[in-house]
Design a protein around this ligand. Structure first.
Ligand code: ZN
Length: 262
């Protein structure tokens, strides 16, 4: 799949725009593809830092709303879910290189101390508060229970988001302004309206760079970083390439999640 995606990029070079990367876990404590070895993550963060392209999500949204494309295509680092390794392993590395990141939290797991599917241990609110003290971390919402919004009625969607926002505000002192759809699955039109009313941005999958002047900030495309990307494929993803990989994988996932609830 990665080789195919590389060939597709050669045939049709990736468009310019803001690149948003999705990380899940660091430290390889679990065997899932999205749990990266620490040394590999550190190498990726080092490469990003030396590229001079990494910005906060808020800065990237300003660039997207502006009229002129910047000299360099910005890169935004995001994390999904809220596992303990974010504070233990990822944040010290991000801090070493002064790389900012957004963490989208599924708050029920944090509040209840409940493990994520695939064995991911949840963050504690205390560890998250320490991570915030670096000044590099922005917390967004990823729903309360990691619910897929394409299959919930609008009132349940509102409840998921309000519970998540309420807990983040209560435990960390400020309500989130950014959102990421669980499993990168877009909600129903009704769910999208509920999301629009609460957040200035919402993130999906898709793997492409977000083009200047014609990106909907409530439908940001993101590229997932996997263990198997190592450095070769990572560098391509950071350049906005490898979108075909995401298209193929999301087709497979969509089929797989047809009967899943979360
Ligand atoms: Zn997630």
């Amino acid at each position: 799949v990665k080789v195919l995606a590389e060939v597709a990029d050669r045939a049709r070079p990736p468009q310019r725009g803001v690149v948003v990367l999705i990380y899940h876990r660091v430290g390889a404590r679990t065997s899932v593809q999205v749990d990266l070895p620490t040394a590999l993550f550190a190498q990726q963060v080092s490469e990003l830092a030396s590229s001079g392209r990494v910005v906060t999500l808020d800065a990237a949204l300003n660039v997207l709303a502006g009229s002129a494309p910047p000299a360099l295509d910005p890169v935004v680092v995001t994390f999904d879910d809220g596992t303990a390794d974010f504070a233990d392993i990822a944040v010290p590395i991000l801090a070493r290189y002064r790389v900012p990141a957004v963490l989208y939290l599924a708050t029920d797991f944090i509040e209840e101390g409940r493990a994520f599917p695939g064995g991911g241990q949840p963050l504690s609110w205390g560890a998250l508060a320490d991570a915030l003290s670096t000044g590099l971390v922005t917390v967004g919402s990823h729903t309360h229970t990691h619910a897929l919004l394409d299959r919930l009625p609008a009132t349940s969607v509102a409840d998921e988001l309000d519970r998540s926002n309420g807990l983040i505000a209560e435990r960390l002192g400020a309500a989130p302004r950014h959102f990421a759809y669980p499993k990168a699955v877009l909600g129903s039109p009704a769910a999208e309206e509920v999301v629009h009313a609460r957040y200035i941005s919402a993130a999906l999958g898709g793997g492409r760079a977000n083009p200047y002047g014609r990106t909907d900030p409530h439908r940001l495309q993101r590229a997932a970083v996997q263990r198997a990307d190592a450095m070769r494929w990572f560098t391509r993803k950071a350049a906005g390439g490898m979108a075909l990989e995401d298209a193929l994988r999301s087709g497979i996932n969509r089929a797989r999640y047809v009967r899943a609830r979360s």
